[in-house]
Each structure stands twice: as structure tokens, then as C-alpha cells.
Design a protein around this ligand. Structure first.
Ligand code: MTE
Length: 332
């Protein structure tokens, strides 16, 4: 993101074969039926069709991680889901290189087993969770979220996880805790770009505690019904759908509660370009490009139009109250 090429350089759309679409046709039918009140009768056949379609399109290498239906407002979108291939080959994971195809090529070296996440700082119940403990902490849900990258592209991805708030409630933050810092793995032995000067490693992100408690903030273990591929942040990452994608840290090893705003990796690299909040906001341009529109990955035909970027990435009715009274031009 920091690399100074022209903005267009960031946004090469990739060719898309819409193979995952079938998986979500069933869900879309169900949503329509719910609107007309006829959902019950269709539920069984919908679930059956979805299971069939998922089996049909899985590459078969990763373990299944199905999620139950989420009751969280905003957890579903009717938009077309991005092709699995695009979502797993067009990535940002700078520890494995700065090119979009580098993570898919290089992240096979990421050591995801055993894995643990230390939860520490201003909490009553600090604890180091094994990945297995963390996965079992709350039922897995599927959430279909838009992810809008600061570079100007977006995807729609069916993530699997549970609200980060479930973990936060377990560790009982102290009254003095105001922020949550997310520290991700930085292992120079297995991550070829750790040690390069592109960022100050480890990759660190942060949220205000009330943002982290918002039910849409997802502690994520899977996507498309299976465990996360390494290039997408295995074995556990964050997805914060109303913020630019870089707030969604991958391969988290530490979650720390603090009373001070964390210094995040991108903010340290270029404070004038990447603020702490980094809410998706079409009215606040990046200093080097507009944020008013976006290219949906997969919509890459000759006549494909850019889409208008929505305030808070379309999650405004759910999250705007978190920022009431704030000047979002200054606190970008
Ligand atoms: N997490 C780590 N540890 N390292 C990274 O380079 N890149 C971020 C974010 N999380 C990044 C990271 C950026 S810029 C984006 S847009 C999203 O991951 C991309 O997630 P995706 O590749 O699953 O689409």
C-alpha cells in the first residue's frame, strides 16, 4: 500500500470464473423467501443444495469449517460472492511479499500448528488460548461481508468465525482498558519479507474497545466453509467489515488490552495516509487517490463499471453511532 506506484497499479482486476456463485444461489433464494414469509418450507432443500454445491467446488485440501446461520444484523449481503479462486490468489499479506500473487505462492511455509493466541494487558482473566480452545469458545457462524481495500478494490466473502466480543467478554476487560491491539506473527524463518524494511514488523493493528465489541467485528477462522487458507490469514484473523481491509490483521498471535491508542504498522509507515480509524469513507480521499468508488474483483470485463463506495462500506446503520460527534475528516 505504501509503495509509490500510480493508483491504477494497485487495482488490476483479475480474471474470474464464477464457480462459487452456485453455492450462494441457494442462500439468496432463502433470503428472498424470508422476505415473503415462506422460508420454513424451503429451508431443508436450501441446506441440501448448499451442502452439495460446496462439496462440488472445494479444492479438497483444507478442512471443512462450516458456520451456522448468523443472527447479527448486517451479517449477510445479497451481493454476488467473489470467486474462491480470486479471494485466495489476489491477496495482501506483506510478510509473504508485496505482490498480489505472492501470498498464494509463498504462504505455504506459514507454520499454523501448533498455534496459540495470548490475551493480555488490562483484563481480569489474561490467558493464552490454544487455537483449539479458541475455536471452541463460541459457535462458528457464517457471515457474508464486503471487504473494501484502501487500494480501491473490494470483494464479497463468506467468512466463518464468531464475534470478537465473545472472547472479550470471557477475559473481562478492566475499566481502564480503552483499546485493543492485535499483534500478528513475524517469523523471519518462514516469512520471506519479514526483515525487509517495507513495514516495521510485526504487523500490528488496533481498535477502540467499543469498536472491538461491535457484533460485526469477526474473529475469523474460515472462509467458504473451510479453514482459512494460509494466504488469507490462517489460522485466525480479524475481519472488520466497515473499515479498510488493512485493519483486518492476519495470523494473530497476541491480543492486548491497553489504555493508549496502539501504534499500528501502517500508521507508523505513513501517518498522513493511514489513520488509526481507517473507516471506509467515500468523502475522505486518500492523499494520493479518491476513495469515492471501487472495483469489485471479478467484475473485470471491458464495460465493467466501478461501484460507488458506501459510507462505512455499507454498514452505516449498524456502526455510525460509534462515531457520533467525531470529525471523520480529522480522525480518518
Ligand atoms: N495482515 C498481516 N499480518 N499482514 C498484511 O500484510 N494486509 C492487510 C490485511 N491484513 C495484511 C494483513 C490488507 S492491506 C488487506 S486489504 C487484507 O489483509 C487483505 O485480506 P485478504 O488477502 O484476505 O483479502
Amino acid at each position: 500500500m505504501l509503495i509509490k506506484t500510480s493508483h491504477d497499479g494497485f487495482c488490476h482486476p483479475v480474471a474470474s470464473e464464477i464457480t462459487t456463485q452456485r453455492v450462494y444461489e441457494g442462500r439468496r433464494d432463502l433470503i428472498k423467501l424470508m422476505a415473503t414469509g415462506a422460508a420454513g418450507a424451503a429451508l431443508a432443500s436450501w441446506a441440501g443444495r448448499q451442502a452439495l454445491a460446496q462439496t462440488a467446488q472445494k479444492p479438497g485440501k483444507l478442512a471443512a469449517l462450516p458456520g451456522g446461520k448468523s443472527a447479527v444484523a448486517g451479517a449477510l449481503t445479497m451481493e454476488k460472492v467473489t470467486d474462491y479462486k480470486d479471494a485466495t490468489t489476489y491477496n495482501n499479506y506483506y510478510e509473504f511479499g508485496t505482490g498480489k500473487s505472492d501470498p498464494a505462492r509463498n504462504a505455504h511455509t506459514l507454520p499454523t500448528k501448533p498455534w496459540s493466541v495470548a490475551v493480555e494487558g488490562l483484563v481480569k482473566q489474561p490467558k493464552t488460548y490454544t487455537l483449539e480452545d479458541l475455536i471452541r469458545l463460541s459457535p462458528q457462524e457464517e457471515r457474508i461481508y464486503r471487504l473494501r481495500c484502501v487500494e480501491g478494490w473490494s470483494m464479497v466473502i463468506p467468512w466463518v468465525g464468531y464475534s470478537l466480543s465473545e472472547l472479550i467478554k470471557k477475559v473481562e476487560p478492566l475499566g481502564s482498558a480503552k483499546y485493543v491491539e492485535f499483534v500478528t506473527l513475524a517469523d523471519p524463518k518462514t516469512m520471506p519479507s519479514v526483515g525487509s524494511s517495507v513495514l516495521d514488523w510485526p504487523y500490528v493493528e488496533g481498535l477502540r474497545l467499543d469498536e472491538a465489541m461491535h457484533p460485526l467485528a469477526l474473529l475469523t477462522f474460515g472462509m467458504y466453509g473451510e479453514v482459512l487458507p494460509n494466504q488469507n490469514g490462517a489460522p485466525v484473523r480479524l475481519v472488520v467489515p466497515w473499515k479498510y481491509g488493512f485493519k483486518s490483521g492476519k495470523s494473530i498471535v497476541k491480543i492486548r488490552f491497553t489504555d493508549k491508542e496502539p501504534r499500528t504498522a501502517w500508521n507508523k509507515a505513513a501517518a498522513q495516509e493511514y489513520g488509526f480509524y481507517s473507516n471506509v469513507n467515500p468523502t475522505v480521499d486518500h492523499p494520493r487517490w479518491s476513495q469515492a468508488s471501487e472495483r469489485r474483483i471479478g467484475e473485470d470485463g471491458l464495460f465493467a463499471k466501478k461501484r460507488k463506495t458506501l459510507m462505512f462500506n455499507g454498514y452505516e446503520s449498524q456502526v455510525a453511532q460509534l462515531y457520533a460527534g467525531m470529525d471523520l475528516k480529522k480522525l480518518f
